[in-house]
Ligand binder design. Sequence first.
Ligand code: CMC
Length: 426
Amino acid sequence: MEKAVIEIAGKKYELKVITGTEGEKAIDISELRKLTGHITLDYGFMNTGVCRSAISFIDGEKGILRYRGIPIEELAEKSTFVETSYLLIHGELPGKNELENYSELLNYHSMLHEDMKHFFDGFPAASHPMNILSTMLNALSSFYPEIETNTKIENIDLAATRLISKTRTIAAFSYKKSKGHPFVYPRKDLTYCANFLNMMFSSPVATYEIDPDIVKALNLLLIIHAEHEQNCSTTAVKTIGSSGVNLYTSISAGVSALWGTLHGGANQEVIEMLEAIGKPENISKFISRAKDKNDSFRLMGFGHRVYKNYDPRARILKKTCDKILAKIKTSQPLLEIAQKLEEIALRDEYFIERKLYPNVDFYSGIIYKAIGIPVEMFTVMFAIGRMPGWIAHWKELNSDQETKILRPRQVYIGSKIRNYIPIDKR
Ligand code: CMC
């Protein structure tokens, strides 16, 4: 078996090397502190694996992403969000009956408890829908407390189904609330994505025509956001979950983490950046700002911790952008600016050297905008999509015998011991 040897103060220690199914290697340091008295220091967990996981595989150098072994390109082309979420949560594609039952359950659990509707009135009108979403998801644990006391697998699956279904209802209701429009309830006869579009855009005075091409585009968007191994929000879900708290509360932490602009919040920032650029002639000014170390501005939708090649999700979305904009027959000046920006950045030494390519957030907003989703809802769309990934990781964490509470260590650099000084002597 392969071993790694570490030498500290002239003494050598052997550490196990672990190999994943795709050949990736990890040095197992779980005995390091016990053996040597040392810990590791790894800002941003750039080199730290926290678990063994069977949910998704990424090769950032080659631009590969697979869910449960299936390439993202195949799922984006052939699957639906409901089927993909089943695959992620249960590990296998569903059979015909399983898929029907699952779709039915998602419909059955799509309503919100009527008392929850009043919560929307408590938020100031300008509240960000991500804030509303994380609060409401956390509140689900009060409405369905049985999961606290009984974590049998059927209960977890029920909670997972509720989360996937109700997140979409909460999202649509928060949009309606922001417009001052009445809530539109979910309908039993509609599929997952069609139902969401109907809850968002139909009203008592205007019927919304559900367009199958838009439903298809939405399915694709949700599928490509559904899972991305140990990213910041998934790590938040797992960190909270490792303390033993329920699934709803763990997921609510994931929504909060996703909101940040370096993570899911980037999709809103990309559109705002493209709007600020305004016309292709201004692109070089923004590129120069992104390269300037004295300017905090970054090219939003560019760069990734894991992908050092074109993000495969951005590649799929770029193609979808052309199709969907042609279908809607809308001119989209932002797409032209985005394409030019990408072209210029990918020829620039700064971006080449650092291997900075468009990521999933670069083109997603253009499609969301084209199908009528308001900009402040973009990150909520990401959260609806990421729900099955978060749930799959929470389940995996709770079924892994090796799981421990996630509790890193630190290198203390504060004062040495000193005495307390009474306030009149300071
Ligand atoms: N624009 C300009 N420079 C960049 C950018 C960017 N978008 N991204 C990274 N860099 C530079 C960075 O300044 C650093 O340069 P140097 O080596 O000279 O100090 C180098 O590239 C490495 O960057 P890093 O910040 O150390 O890399 P990281 O892995 O810690 O960060 C990232 C990854 C995604 C946070 C970062 O690339 C970024 O801020 N991108 C813009 C925000 C964004 O699009 N986020 C969405 C990520 S994908 C979807 C998701 O996860 O939600």
